[in-house]
Design a protein around this ligand. Structure first.
Ligand code: HEC
Length: 639
């Protein structure tokens, strides 16, 4: 999902690599020292033991370590996907330590000693290891007074999982929304909840039985009262939890009636008791250390469909790395036990190809990561997914594609490729190209949005999705994915280079009623397209010249109103009739929170708001791109 490159450059966040950038990141003292001033000796700590004080030592040695081992990527304009050093510095020490030891930065961390990894973690975070306790429910002042038995999923108003339904329409019917178009202009903040130590509020709130279930980038899952924000429970997963949780009834698990399902940044899928937060099972769905679950798990008829992606396309250019072996998959798990039923890989098993200039063995094919929630066709018993690009040549036909999978067997039934020959690795441009890089890099056209399955008024069904270069495509799910229509919706952006122009379109997805599909665009604004015709009905730029603000997060829909958010932190509500704005709110500020955690809003990306029972919930903060960090969950009410 290298679309992140565009946001970084367009908003001027790319910092030139070099001495000046290094100085500004670490402040004046470092700059003076680097210009030849004598080192400032570390002050002896009172009560210090004979053991090396990792925290103090980290301040001294951490800077050098970071410059030497990390700044080839972090702060390097050619590797825009790597979080800016300023963003890493806001992370918890556990998170950094873990990234270097067993996580995303394992390869980079392997050349360091254990003490050096700890130094980097404590120096960069400015916090001692162990501060993650703050996220637990026990340390929150707003525990709920009681935990009454939940009502069954489906028995009351809910937004359950990524798409509100398993067809991923992101359409909330009137009776579940409890919010009319006339009430929308009255929406006001009712309460806010702060995620302790969080940088990205990219968990989309699920609401079932009057309770919110939401994941965070610190790995905590919270269950909150949907009206007041009081905390029922918190559970800490192994890694970050993006996207949305699904809650379903379970069988044969003792007192447990309902389970909450999700996947994490370490490629584990989980089931928790939805009432208490107690873990029921945990299954590793992919062994490769760079694999992860970024899309929501879709649960249907007692089976979890888990989408698997990875970070290989961001970190495969290092000559120490055996590029490339990661392949996207859907894993079907028994929802009661977590046992694997089948696994459907999107590309064939990688085979050795050649050795790179450092003598490291390379592999192919690779890619086809699945970034978003699978879509269920309950009529044909088929699972549809959108796939990402390849990392190496030759490029399989199932990359940058919609792939249909048999629900019972996991067999691939058909595919529709939207972009051919797309092998892409982040950072493979200019001077930072290596022998691991594809000869032609990109155009980086992953399909990161869940295909939407809709039945039209005529009874005809369509499967619709969008591409990063701005094409909306409708397929016929009843004729093996035959294309019904295609329309290009991206507005031209003045003075933009052709590479970025390929990334102006649809990233995280849209919402559809039985007549129109509504997509936010990475170049900014929202389009409405007729589902029967493929004709653009309206486009609203939301007051910004194309290219200024990215509205690439997923849209959400209630009858008459479509909601969309942007990386400017603004949440908009537009009339579906002609696209005129009826309400907006800027989330980019500090919030007082019900759990007394200091919180602020920032960029909103990937997720969309959820609308349930007269309230609108949205997470604000997305540190994955640039520096629009935020750690707030906001609940709006029209009362
Ligand atoms: C070869 C390029 C490269 C080098 C060298 C590198 N990083 Fe990274 N780093 C990345 C990229 C790319 C990401 C984002 C990966 C993703 O989001 O999947 C990242 C992510 C991270 C993260 C975020 C992990 C999280 O939980 O989100 C941390 C922390 C980090 N790097 C620390 C370091 C440190 C410390 C070093 C030096 C020892 C280092 N990195 C060296 C490319 C690099």
């Amino acid at each position: 999902m290298g679309k992140d490159t565009i946001a970084m450059s367009r908003f001027g966040r790319i910092t030139a690599v070099g001495v000046a950038a290094v100085f500004s990141i670490f402040g004046a003292q470092t700059a003076i020292r680097a210009q030849g001033a004598p080192p400032v000796p570390a002050q002896p700590q009172s009560g210090a033991t004979q053991e090396p004080n990792v925290r103090t030592a980290g301040t001294e040695s951490g800077i050098a370590l970071f410059q030497q081992h990390c700044m080839g990527c972090h702060g390097n304009a050619n590797v825009p996907r790597a979080p800016q050093p300023s963003v890493i510095r806001q992370m918890t020490p556990e998170r950094i330590y873990e990234a270097l030891s067993t996580g995303l930065m394992k390869v980079q961390g392997a050349s360091l000693t254990e003490d050096q990894r700890k130094m980097l973690a404590t120096f960069l975070s400015g916090r001692p290891l162990g501060s993650l306790q703050e996220g637990s429910a026990e340390s929150m002042p707003n525990r709920c007074d009681s935990n009454p038995p939940m009502t069954a999923p489906g028995s009351g108003p809910e937004w359950n999982g990524w798409g509100a339904d398993v067809a991923n329409t992101r359409f909330q019917p009137a009776q579940d929304a409890g919010l009319s178009p006339e009430q929308v202009p009255n929406l006001k903040v009712k309460w806010a909840f702060g995620y302790p130590e969080g940088l990205s509020a990219y968990g989309q709130p699920t609401v079932v039985s009057g309770r919110i279930f939401v994941g965070t980038d610190t790995g905590y899952i919270y269950s909150l009262n949907a009206e007041t924000g009081c905390v029922y429970w918190a559970y800490q997963a192994e890694g970050y939890v993006r996207n949305a949780i699904s809650v379903r009834a379970v069988k044969g698990l003792g007192d447990t009636k309902y389970a909450a399902y999700f996947g994490d940044g370490h490629a584990y899928a989980y089931a928790l008791d939805a009432q208490t937060g107690k873990p029921l099972w945990k299954t590793k769905v992919e062994e490769n250390f760079i694999s992860r679950v970024t899309g929501a798990v879709t649960v249907y008829d007692g089976v979890d469909y888990v989408p698997v992606s990875s970070s290989e396309e961001f970190s495969a250019s290092s000559l120490d790395y055996p590029c490339c072996t990661m392949r996207g998959s859907v894993v079907a798990l028994d929802a009661n036990t977590g046992k694997m039923i089948w696994k459907a890989y999107m590309v064939d098993e990688p085979k050795p190809t050649r050795k790179n200039s450092a003598g490291v063995q390379l592999y192919s094919p690779s890619g086809g990561d699945i970034w978003s929630a699978p879509t269920i066709d309950t009529k044909r018993h088929v699972v549809y997914v959108g796939t990402g690009d390849a990392q190496s040549n030759p490029v399989p036909l199932t990359t940058d594609a919609i792939v249909a999978i048999d629900m019972k067997t996991g067999k691939l039934l058909w595919h529709y490729q939207a972009q051919a020959n797309d092998a892409f690795i982040g950072g493979c441009n200019g001077a930072s190209r290596t022998d691991n890089c594809p000869p032609v890099n990109g155009p980086d056209q992953d399909i990161g949005n869940s295909p939407i399955l809709r039945t039209l008024a005529s009874g005809k069904r369509v499967l619709v999705f969008g591409t990063k270069n701005g094409r909306i495509i409708a397929l016929d799910p009843d004729h093996k994915g035959k294309r019904l229509w295609e329309v290009t919706v991206t507005p031209p952006v003045k003075g933009q280079s052709p590479f970025y122009a390929e990334l102006n379109g649809i990233v995280w997805g849209g919402a559809a009623d039985d007549r129109h599909v509504y997509y936010g665009l990475h170049a900014g604004g929202v389009v409405s397209v007729g589902l029967a015709t493929g004709k653009v009905d309206w486009y609203n730029a939301l007051g910004n010249p194309p290219g200024r603000v990215a509205n690439s997060s997923a849209t959400s829909l209630i009858p008459g109103v479509v909601f969309v958010a942007g990386n400017d932190g603004k949440l908009h509500a537009l009339a579906t009739s002609d696209g005129h704005e009826i309400w907006s709110y800027n989330t980019k500020h500090d919030f007082e929170t019900v759990n007394k955690v200091p919180a602020h809003g920032g960029t909103i990306d990937a997720i969309g708001p959820t609308i349930v029972n007269g309230m609108v919930y949205v997470g604000s903060g997305y540190a994955v791109v640039g520096s629009g960090t935020g750690n707030v969950l906001i609940a709006f009410s029209a009362e």
